[in-house]
Design a protein around this ligand. Structure first.
Ligand SMILES: *Cc1c(COP(=O)(O)O)cnc(C)c1O
Length: 375
């Protein structure tokens, strides 16, 4: 099946009792065990509603197995704590989600886990590898500058050294990019973003080989970051429209990026679908389309960012991303607020940088809103 069909049909529970078309919400946290092949319990990640969304999502990521978590950070922290121990070293690309950056810097030391932040390019990552490196962790496109890391090049560095590769695929979604097909071992998503897609769910997902998921699942059952049946059902409903939403968001974002790039009040636009973007060629090779996220810098000294944000009428300044509605934020005040000014400068995140999460609205209305606020 192709992706739109997988979104609608993969993983659906066939309800023989009523013939209903949808997966029922199985509310039980207690299940009979005597004639069952395994003990079913929400924290074992094996209730029917948990299985339905995993099966659908694995189809989309072309993955053998997976897990859904109660947040993206639950997914990220569980993967790291499951696969790392005292004395191990992790290489993280330096442009990663602020929360992941904070997780590493705030928690790793207590567990005896060593880490390095490396430039996003394969050479920089290779240089940071040590004899005790267990994981290389990348994110592409990255937040908030939409930098592109060459996925196959990273896999080629890791494979011969027996280093596991982990990617945060949140910005791309499985509709635009399938990293397992490019040699990556573990794919993580903050499902709070495009997977949920309506700004009303917090969840995370991990997909990988069966043995890796078995290893992660054993630790996940101890850490307890599972989801309840009601949220699983909302995710299942959201996934049915994932491809159709993302396709529209891809188109809208490309159009807006081109318009902003031509606007004299904008200094710079970061969107991997623009030929001016340094990652354009790699992105064109490893992504089916360039996604719904873009960032731009208001012209220096001319437009005050908070004044611009208040002038927007349709696009609301709000935290998070990936919903059907377009929202905008200043990373300096949101995703990267926990970093020091020095750390932000090192990442190239200025006070004039704004990150736009493009929704599924009519693109003319979005462009009109941006242009009137710039005027
Ligand atoms: C939001 C986000 C996360 C964290 O996910 P939560 O669901 O907020 O825990 C991780 N990575 C990226 C790229 C994100 O945007």
């Amino acid at each position: 099946m192709k992706q739109n069909t997988q979104c609608v049909h993969s993983g659906s529970y066939i309800d023989r009792t009523t013939g209903g078309i949808n997966t029922p919400v199985f509310t039980s946290s207690s299940f009979e065990y005597m004639d069952a092949p395994e003990n079913v319990y929400p924290r074992y990640f094996n209730t029917p509603n948990q299985k339905a969304i995993i099966e659908k999502f694995c189809a989309l990521e072309n993955a053998p197995d997976g897990l859904f978590f109660s947040s993206g950070m639950a997914a990220i922290s569980t993967v790291m704590l499951a696969l790392l121990g005292a004395g191990d070293h992790v290489v993280l690309q330096k442009d990663i989600y602020g929360g992941t950056h904070h997780f590493a810097t705030a928690e790793f030391e207590r567990f005896g886990i060593d880490y390095s932040f490396a430039p996003n390019d394969a050479a920089g990552i290779e240089n940071a590898v040590r004899a005790n490196t267990r994981i290389i962790y990348i994110e592409t496109p990255s937040n908030p500058l939409l930098l592109i890391t060459d996925i196959e090049a990273v896999a080629r560095i890791a494979r011969p050294r027996n280093i596991l590769t982990v990617i945060d695929n949140t910005f791309a979604t499985p509709i635009n990019q399938n990293p397992l097909d490019m040699g990556i071992d573990i794919v993580i998503h903050s499902g709070t973003k495009y997977i949920g897609g309506h700004s009303d769910i917090c969840c995370g997902a991990v997909v990988a080989s069966r043995p890796l998921i078995a290893k992660i699942k054993a630790v996940a059952a101890n850490l307890g970051g599972n989801l309840n049946a009601g949220t699983c059902y909302l995710i299942e409903r959201s996934l049915k429209t994932l491809a159709i939403r993302v396709e529209r968001q891809n188109r809208n974002a490309l159009e807006i990026a081109r318009r902003l790039e031509a606007n004299p009040n904008i200094d710079r636009v970061y969107y991997p679908g623009l030929k001016s973007h340094p990652g354009f060629e790699v992105a064109a090779r490893q992504m089916r389309a360039f996604g719904g996220m873009l960032s731009f810098e208001l012209q220096d000294g001319k437009i005050e960012p908070s004044r611009f944000l208040k002038k927007l009428a349709l696009i609301r300044p709000a935290i998070s991303l990936g919903g059907v509605e377009s929202i905008i934020c200043a990373p300096v005040a949101t995703s990267h607020a926990k970093l020091s000014a020095e750390q932000r400068a090192g990442l190239g995140i200025t006070d004039r940088l704004l990150r736009l999460s493009v929704g599924i609205e009519d693109v003319q209305d979005l462009i009109a809103d941006l242009e009137q606020a710039l005027e």
